[in-house]
Design a protein around this ligand. Structure first.
Ligand code: FSX
Ligand code: SF4
Ligand code: SF4
Length: 287
């Protein structure tokens, strides 16, 4: 069977590279399986540009992006990590040059998204603005969705938030596209997150839920009890961390005694100080 190639471009905008590092730690498939082998029988992702992992640099590497959008029009996947700085025509974030002038992240996203098969906004910065867009947002960082909407670009877009996102959320989303085509509207929630990974709240599956239901709350970190009064945002956060677990199923945020900081939700960084109880995280019956 001939292998079908899916060219992919991975753009890094305003972020911390944590999304890339998270994916590099993927366990099953391994990152080697993902990038070198067939990710599914008969399908190979041909990652043509990724500033952190590629060996190429300078003008020839930048040229690969322009060549891919021209030669593979409508057939490549654009993955964007990080928010898009838009103040002053986007000059706070640039990737390479064209004719001696810096190319902004904003212009790359607009140009590459226009002709892509699909766009994956990976991580909460790309999906919602995240930490770079937190108040007062001097560079006017925006989500990929906002930037595309402002230009009337309608390429199918899937958000895979998390700060960082779990590697399975990305691999599962891409594998689904390769297996079954682009997600149908009913596969995504109101924030364009795949329901397969973001369909339930943390609180619904938390092993400390029994404490919550019995009003046994931890007063300080390390106490037995539910971490709600320490600022846990599990009740308003959609992700499958309690059942999927992180780092090869070793643990997850509440499992190791911390709170869920709501990292998959829009504006999580501006809701309130991270370790303070916030009425924003109250359950509907408490409001
Ligand atoms: Fe954002 Fe990616 Fe948070 Fe970092 O670059 S989702 S800051 S973990 O890693 O974009
Ligand atoms: Fe778990 Fe947090 Fe819900 Fe408490 S508030 S049960 S710690 S998710
Ligand atoms: Fe993010 Fe909450 Fe999952 Fe931790 S438990 S990774 S803060 S969604």
């Amino acid at each position: 069977m001939a292998t079908k190639e899916y060219p992919a471009i991975w753009l890094q905008a305003a972020g911390c590279t944590g999304c890339s590092v998270s994916l590099l730690n993927v366990i099953n498939p391994s990152i080697k399986n993902l990038l070198v082998d067939e990710v599914l029988p008969g399908s190979h992702i041909n990652l043509r540009f990724h500033a952190t992992v590629m060996a190429g640099a300078g003008a020839p590497a930048i040229q690969v992006m322009a060549d891919t959008s021209r030669q593979k029009k409508g057939g490549y996947i654009l993955i964007v990590e990080g928010a898009i700085p838009t103040a002053e025509d986007g000059i706070y974030g640039v990737i390479g040059e064209k004719d001696g002038k810096p190319m902004t992240m904003q212009s790359w996203v607009e140009t590459l998204a226009k002709d892509a098969l699909a766009v994956v906004a990976l991580g909460s910065c790309a999906a919602f603005g995240g930490i770079p867009a937190a108040h007062p947002n001097p560079t006017q960082c925006r989500s990929v969705a906002d930037v595309l909407q402002a230009k009337g670009i309608n390429t199918p877009l899937v958000n895979v938030p998390g700060c960082p996102p779990h590697p399975d959320w990305f691999v599962g989303t891409v594998a689904n596209v390769l297996l079954s085509g682009l997600p149908k509207p009913e596969d995504l929630d109101e924030y364009r997150r795949p329901k397969a990974f973001y369909g339930q709240t943390i609180h619904e599956n938390c092993p400390r839920r029994a404490y919550y239901d019995e009003n046994k709350f931890a007063k300080k970190f390390g106490d037995l009890g539910c971490n709600y009064e320490l600022g846990c945002r599990g009740p308003i956060t959609h992700a499958d961390c309690p059942v999927r677990l992180w780092n090869s199923k070793v643990n997850w945020c509440v499992g190791c005694g911390a709170t869920c900081i709501g990292c998959t939700e829009p504006g999580f960084f501006d809701i309130a100080p991270l370790y303070e109880k916030t009425s924003e995280a109250a359950l509907p019956e408490e409001v």
